[in-house]
Design a protein around this ligand. Structure first.
Ligand code: PLP
Ligand SMILES: N[C@H](C=O)CCC(=O)O
Length: 430
């Protein structure tokens, strides 16, 4: 047995399924999850000492690569002054100002400790503000595990083929309406009937929890218009895309102004952080100014704020996003060229620092149903071939993959060479 196998067996005794978040269990690809011992730059090393080029990056936060010296330094220095006070700090003010300066749509922001808390709180706020109960989300989008959002959800729920979670009373779930991502007509049909009852639309501006699906032209703009016509709050969930797709996040990149934005991952630099913010007029309904209650013992934690601020300072440097996008394009196009060479049908999507690849005859994948029709057997064979050869991709066909600024030209060339070899082996077996 490898050490990862031993640890996985041991973990299953005391942790449900051996993992603290379901996608980590490798159910989407089979086999044993790698237990990670350490990481540096673009690399992670497992408990058996095997090194991998990492395209998961803790599911998005590690945009500078692992162990970046300025983040590490900020964490160590801040921790030396105390880990948590349950009282306000200057670092929180600095973080709020930074987010508001970078994102014109955000006039005020509240820090929380996870992406789930951010979306859950934003929805409560939208409901309190509009005095309406219904919300609209898109099939295949994932916004964390708040009750009202585990309806036709992506990520682990999609991977495990169980898009609605047990444990959520029908009375809660009935307020969550679902539409088809990238299909404005499906949204209009719902609004024609129930528009005046819908508190908010929440969506991923680039869907990253059903693989990677950018919005088609006019989709985000159309949602903005529908929200304006119906007095509905538009929540753009940037937990994954925020400061990863572009400095102005995905909504800035696509030029659409949300009423509320949710953030996470990158703004924590690898520490547990989330945030929600937006128009002052709406944020004024949050306690203690307004009546919508929201709180957190560890919210705005100083060490997490310091890590996030250090990461954002690096992302402020010239050329960073151009470089990240170029690296992402190189990997995605490299996979596609290798697949074409070996006659394996593949489609790719990429934007900013995230990408997805689909084993399908379709030229472009823009919808949820197209993702579910891709060849899962080829995905699994490719996944394990890459893993064995030292490339760590997201262990599910329903997750996006992520680049970091630490991925060097050599790392990318090695990744593409490996993909070429693995795809050649798959082609030879057909
Ligand atoms: C778009 C999106 N929203 C919300 C979440 C929930 O974030 P967290 O896992 O930090 O609770 C995630 C990721 O898990 C996500 O990708
Ligand atoms: N898709 C999820 C986040 O983006 C995967 C992370 C998790 O749920 O553990």
């Amino acid at each position: 047995m490898t050490r990862s196998q031993e640890l996985f067996e041991q973990a299953k005794n005391t942790i449900p399924g051996g993992v603290n978040s379901p996608v980590r269990a490798f159910n989407g690809v089979g086999g044993t999850p790698r237990f990670i011992q350490k990481a540096d730059g673009a690399y992670i090393t497992d408990a058996d000492g095997q090194q991998y080029i990492d395209y998961v990056g803790s599911w998005g936060p590690m945009i500078l690569g692992h162990n970046h010296p300025s983040i590490l330094d900020a964490v160590v220095k801040t921790a030396a002054n105390g880990l948590s006070f349950g009282a306000p700090t200057e670092l929180e003010v600095e973080m709020a100002e930074k987010v508001c300066n970078w994102l014109p749509a955000v006039e005020q922001v509240r820090m929380v400790s996870s992406g789930t808390e951010a979306t859950m709180s934003a929805i409560r706020l939208a409901r309190g503000y509009t005095k309406r109960d219904k919300i609209l989300k898109f099939e295949g989008c994932y916004h964390g595990h708040a009750d009202c959002l585990l309806v036709k959800a992506g990520s682990g729920l999609l991977t495990f083929g169980q898009p609605n979670s047990p444990g959520i009373p029908e009375d809660f779930a009935k307020h969550t309406l679902t539409a088809v991502y990238n299909d404005l007509d499906s949204v209009k049909a719902i609004f024609d009937e129930l528009g005046s009852e819908i508190a908010c639309i929440i969506l991923e501006p680039v869907a990253g929890n059903m693989n990677c699906i950018p919005p088609v032209e006019g989709f985000l703009e159309g949602l903005r218009e529908i929200c304006d016509q119906n007095g509905t709050v538009l929540i753009i969930d940037e937990v994954m895309t925020g400061f990863r797709v572009a400095k102005g996040c995905a909504h800035g990149y696509y030029g659409v102004t949300p009423d509320l934005v949710t953030l996470g991952k990158v703004i924590g630099g690898g520490m547990p952080v989330g945030a929600f913010g937006g128009k002052k007029e709406i944020m004024a309904h949050i306690s203690p100014v307004g009546g919508v209650y929201q709180a957190g013992t560890l919210s705005g934690n100083p060490v997490a704020m310091a890590a996030g601020l250090a990461q954002l300072a690096e992302l402020e440097k010239d050329g960073v996003y151009e470089s990240l996008s170029a690296k992402t394009e190189q990997v995605a196009k490299g996979f596609k060229a290798a697949a074409d060479k070996h006659g394996i049908p593949m489609s790719i999507n990429y934007v900013g620092g995230m990408f997805g690849f689909f084993f399908t005859e379709l030229e472009t994948v823009t919808r949820f149903d197209q993702v579910t029709e891709c060849c899962m057997d080829t995905f699994k064979a490719f996944y394990h071939g890459m893993l064995e050869a030292g490339v760590y991709l997201a262990p599910s066909a329903f997750e996006a993959s992520f680049l970091s600024l630490a991925h060097s030209d050599e790392d990318i060339a090695r990744t593409i060479e490996t993909a070429d070899k693995v795809l050649a082996e798959i082609a030879a077996k057909r």
